[in-house]
Design a binder for this molecule. Structure first.
Ligand code: ADP
Ligand code: MG
Length: 249
């Protein structure tokens, strides 16, 4: 449904930097994909290329067979591509229900905002009339942002590190929310994350390092590989030597 063909991204910051190299991906309908990998690997850049923030230096992007490579962010949004920010913006002077209504304005279906809030784990009576501003915690704002994504009835929703800035308790509930909306809604979900709980939700995990896809397969295979890499690292670490060194002085 979303297809990325041979996408590369270079930037000119005095010198040319290669950020993404020959990325090929095909996302199917109604699945959860999780992109993971080391910091600086190119995950957020890929999300931005998909959303139209950065034009790719090579390659093409298709949504439902339509070439969207040169479409603007707004055009892509109208075609059903949505991006959730790492730190959701706050809106002074706007109530939660108004924010969700605004998001729903491109969706022809009638929506019950209370139900949407319920689906993201928030009690409607407590939140409908609250200001969508800094008085909300990071976890609450994240949920409200997911509700706006659901209200838009997107084809593909991209979440960049949804775990950032929220406490462990809220995070655990957030992972459950992703699982629930995945079961109830048609949207294909692409999540950038390092969290095992999120990796565990994936139909497929995509590993990106040094601007390239180094691995793409179902979650069990990749989780095994990641764990094996950890074993490999610890076998090189000579514990006894370090203890001796500590006691030597
Ligand atoms: N606008 C930019 N200009 C120059 N370099 C950038 C820009 N955005 C990202 N980069 C570089 O591209 C690489 C990948 O960054 P990013 O996509 O944010 O990685 P990740 O999200 O995997 O941590 C990094 O080395 C980063 O410094
Ligand atoms: Mg990033």
């Amino acid at each position: 449904m979303l297809e990325i063909q041979g996408v590369s991204l270079t930037m000119d910051e005095g010198q040319t930097v290669e950020i993404l190299r020959n990325i090929n991906l095909r996302l199917a309908e109604k699945k959860i994909y999780v992109i993971t990998g080391p910091n600086g690997g190119g995950k957020s850049s890929l999300a931005k290329v998909i959303m139209g923030v950065y034009p790719p230096s090579a390659g093409k992007i298709f949504l439902d067979g339509q070439d969207i490579t040169t479409k603007t962010i707004t055009e892509r949004a109208l075609l059903g591509l949505g991006y959730a920010f790492q730190n959701p913006p706050r809106f002074k002077g706007l109530k939660v229900k108004e924010l969700i209504k605004l998001a729903a304005s491109t969706n022809p279906d009638k929506l019950n905002i209370g139900d949407l809030l319920h689906d993201v784990g928030l009690c409607a009576q407590d939140y409908l009339d609250r200001d969508a501003d800094a008085s909300l915690s990071g976890g609450e704002m994240k949920r409200i942002e997911i509700a706006t994504v659901l209200a838009r009835k997107l084809r593909v929703a991209v979440f960049d590190e949804p775990e950032a800035g929220i406490d462990l308790w809220s995070f655990q509930r957030l992972a459950e929310t992703f699982k629930f909306i995945h079961e109830k809604y048609e949207t294909t979900i692409l999540i950038i994350s390092h969290q095992e709980r999120i990796l565990d939700l994936a139909d497929e995990i995509i590993l990106i390092a040094n601007g390239e896809i180094s691995e793409q397969s179902d979650k069990d295979k990749i989780l095994n590989k990641i764990l094996k890499d950890e074993d490999c690292c610890s076998s090189q670490c000579e514990k006894g030597v370090i203890q001796d060194a500590e006691f030597a002085g």
